[in-house]
Write a protein that binds this ligand. Structure first.
Ligand code: UD1
Ligand code: PEP
Length: 424
């Protein structure tokens, strides 16, 4: 298995082009199952999760043609006929976002059989809201042998569904299914994440009728069929946020291009309070320290437009060497502090009480061999390693390959001493 070795202590300086968002690309790819015409997605990142979704779609009978690389990557997806309505355990277990094929296949074929994703390192992550929402659209759903069996032999019917809790994936699944249901669907307390909005805009380009995009109430008038479209995947705000934190943490100066800074408002406000200097442009931002010191600030994760849980591990890495104390509270996932023991192995001072972590800033972190069990925890090790004295070796790099396109190349181009050690 590959590892990443970092020799820390170098300020990052330069320019990084932000890739398309994994968390937008995955639902957008699933949306290709809603039509027999071609959906062309540009700015699709080259990531392990995108490859897994491609495999899953091919398994359902879609064809995928890929062109270009590094920011100019385009995928043409055509699901002329859905040859299999089953999403098997082996693929769903690899990537939870596979459950996003449930709504499209059910809406188009009148039945779908999708393996239950099961829990993962960051929490239990049930799919009950996907199931309840589709039931509100007239689906009959049973759970058998680890699979969700969904049926709507006469087609889905528009319905009214109030999410008891904001769910990105369930909003996406329901929005896709409702696009082909008969009549009007109203989704209340829907997720407003930029990736949800990106999917909504693509569905509209495919002929869907959706009102309220960007708000927590979505009104969808079902149509008989959707057509093909061309769509550019929104920039990855989590990748951009990770590099913005890297600039502040290493006392560097990074310009991030290809991302609209309004997607990062919650993070940028917080970084500013912590002592970062931030300049924003229409299509990018520049981050450095205002006067050399970063201060501890309190953070609570929330659904968009609040502070994203997908940046919680990274902001915690920053707080480990910021002056003073910081309290970080995780409200979205019950077990998203796996980076804590690893950061402590590098010299961080962190105490966890239930869903909150108290971080007391230390002067310096020290490099160490580390390992993490999820994507954002792993990248928080990279940030810690970049700022630490000495050498850090990060194991289980496959987590990083799920979500960070050309991570080492992007960081090395800005002065990081980072290399991938290929495993046997
Ligand atoms: C591929 C993708 O886009 N992944 C993102 C998506 O995950 P995902 O869509 O899985 O996350 P959700 O927004 O659905 O989860 C939010 C909360 O709702 C709970 N829940 C969710 C569904 C459900 O049926 N029942 C239920 O209880 C979850 O366990 C969690 O506690 O949004 C998360 C929250 O911003 C991000 O961290 C993930 O990176
Ligand atoms: C939790 C994440 O992804 P997923 O929902 O695919 O596990 C993430 O992107 O941080």
């Amino acid at each position: 298995m590959d590892k990443i070795r970092i020799r820390g202590g170098r300020p990052l300086q330069g320019r990084i082009q932000i890739s398309g968002a994994k968390n937008a690309g995955l639902p957008l790819m699933a949306a290709s199952l809603l039509t027999d015409k071609t959906l062309t997605l540009s700015n699709l990142p080259d990531l392990a999760d995108i490859a897994t979704m491609e495999k899953l779609l091919e398994q359902h009978g879609a064809t995928a043609e890929v062109e270009g690389e590094n920011g100019t990557r385009t995928m043409r997806l055509t699901a002329g006929r859905i040859s299999s309505t089953t999403a098997p355990y082996d693929l769903v277990r690899k990537m939870r976002a596979s459950v996003l094929v449930l709504g499209p296949i059910l809406a188009r074929c009148g039945e779908a059989r999708v393996s239950l994703p099961g829990g993962c390192a960051i929490g239990n992550r049930p799919v009950d809201l996907h199931v309840k929402g589709l039931t509100a659209l007239g689906a009959e759903i049973s759970l058998e042998e680890g699979y969700i069996h969904a049926k709507a032999p006469k087609g889905l019917k528009g319905g009214h569904f109030v999410f008891p809790q904001v769910s990105v994936g369930a909003t996406e699944n329901l929005m896709m299914a409702a696009s082909l249901a008969e009549g009007e669907t109203v989704l209340v307390n829907a997720a407003r994440e930029p990736e949800v909005n990106d999917l909504a805009h693509c569905l509209v380009a495919m002929g869907a009728k959706i009102e309220g995009i960007g708000t927590d109430t979505l009104r969808i008038q079902g149509v008989a069929a959707l057509h093909g479209a061309e769509h550019r995947v929104v920039a990855d705000r989590i990748e951009a946020g990770t590099y913005a934190i890297a600039a502040a943490m290493t006392d560097g100066d990074l310009t991030l291009t290809g991302v609209c800074p309004t997607l990062l408002e919650a993070l940028l406000k917080l970084l500013g309070e912590a002592g970062a200097k931030i300049e924003t442009f229409e299509d990018g931002l520049r981050v450095s320290r205002a006067n050399g010191v970063m201060m501890g600030v309190d953070v609570m994760t929330e659904p968009y437009p609040g502070f994203p849980t997908d940046l919680q591990a990274q902001i915690m890495a920053l707080m480990t060497t910021s002056k003073g104390a910081a309290m970080i509270t995780e409200t979205i996932f019950e077990n998203r502090f796996m980076h804590v023991p690893e950061l402590c192995r590098m010299g961080a001072n962190i105490n966890v009480h239930h869903s909150s972590a108290m971080i007391r800033g230390v002067e310096k972190l020290k490099g160490a061999p580390v390992m993490a069990t999820d994507l954002r925890a792993s990248v928080s090790m990279v940030l810690a390693g970049l700022a630490a004295e000495g050498e850090t070796v990060i194991n289980r790099v496959y987590h990083l390959d799920r979500g960070y396109e050309r991570l080492e190349a992007k960081l090395a181009a800005c002065g990081a001493d980072i290399e991938r050690l290929r495993g046997e």
